[in-house]
Design a protein around this ligand. Structure first.
Ligand code: DGL
Length: 277
């Protein structure tokens, strides 16, 4: 049944480690292979076609580990390329948008819902469509927050005046309007305190990571593919700068990342026929 095969996870870089952390908590017996495309991050300001091409190549890379499931931990890649990844890997694929939208609808029984994400994710309107499919009359407010990803990557935290200023400006149109806010980007959970402070008490923050982990567990359980013997492992590959990934990644994961390997571009693209991309 493939219980011992790994779960593949990819993100544009470091941010997907917030999802990996939730997966580890939920599925401690599993082996995870994580690919962070640190050479090409950020995806959130790139065109759909480019993100689809990157997603295709990332999926080809992960396929070599014979994963039993692939989790696209990046919101932007989920929005642009979930179908491409599914075609490449031929095993179940779980993205972050559907589970995040489900959680939003469950957690927010009434009131308007705000969605914050990268420019590409907001432009795709994927959250809008997914939430409206679950609750057709939902009142939704969307806002791209492009400065927040580089601020988190730089190591700025929730007390940083620049972070608070950026958050205040981005959220101004949503404040007083929404009862909940969907964190539609891997990096935003690290700014939860700043977002909560600016939105004020009573506004619920929706983080999809736990719901994604639940979905992965459900899919594997249904297939009889859950690992029964622990402990699981985490093996990371990055397309650039493993030292930086280790240093900053620790903040995202909450634990040290020991096993991080640089993938050379030749190796990364090897076998990566782009199938029209
Ligand atoms: N991982 C991306 C996302 O969740 C954020 C970083 C980027 O723009 O690549 O949308």
């Amino acid at each position: 049944m493939g219980q011992t095969r790994p779960i593949g996870v990819f993100d544009s870089g470091i941010g997907g480690l917030t999802v990996l952390a939730a997966l580890r908590r939920r599925l401690p017996n599993e082996h995870f292979v994580y690919f962070g495309d640190t050479a090409r991050v950020p995806y959130g300001i790139k065109s759909t076609l480019t993100v689809r091409r990157y997603s295709h190549q990332n999926a080809v890379f992960l396929r070599r580990f014979n994963p039993k499931l692939v989790c696209v931990a990046c919101n932007t890649a989920t929005a642009a390329g979930l179908d491409v990844v599914t075609d490449v890997v031929g095993v179940p694929v779980v993205g972050v948008v559907e589970p995040g939208s489900r959680r939003a609808v469950q957690d927010c029984p009434d009131g308007a819902i705000g969605i914050i994400a990268t420019e590409s994710t907001i432009a795709s309107r994927c959250y809008y469509r997914a939430i409206r499919a679950l609750r057709p009359q939902a009142e939704l407010w969307e806002k791209a927050c492009p400065l927040l990803v580089p601020m988190v990557e730089e190591g700025r935290d929730c007390d940083d005046p620049l972070v608070l200023a950026a958050v205040a400006e981005y959220l101004a149109p949503l404040r007083q309007r929404v009862g909940s806010l969907v964190l539609g980007c891997t990096h935003y959970p690290l700014l939860k305190d700043a977002l909560a402070r600016v939105m004020g008490p009573g506004v619920r923050l929706v983080d999809s990571a736990e719901e994604v982990a639940g979905e992965v567990a459900r899919v594997l359980e249904n297939q009889g593919a859950l690992a029964s013997d622990g402990p699981g492992t985490v093996t990371c590959y990055v397309s650039d700068n493993p030292d930086r990934f280790r240093a900053i990644g620790q903040r995202f994961m909450g634990t040290p990342l020991r096993d991080v390997t640089l993938v050379e571009p030749e190796e990364f693209f090897q076998g990566g026929q782009t199938g029209g991309f």
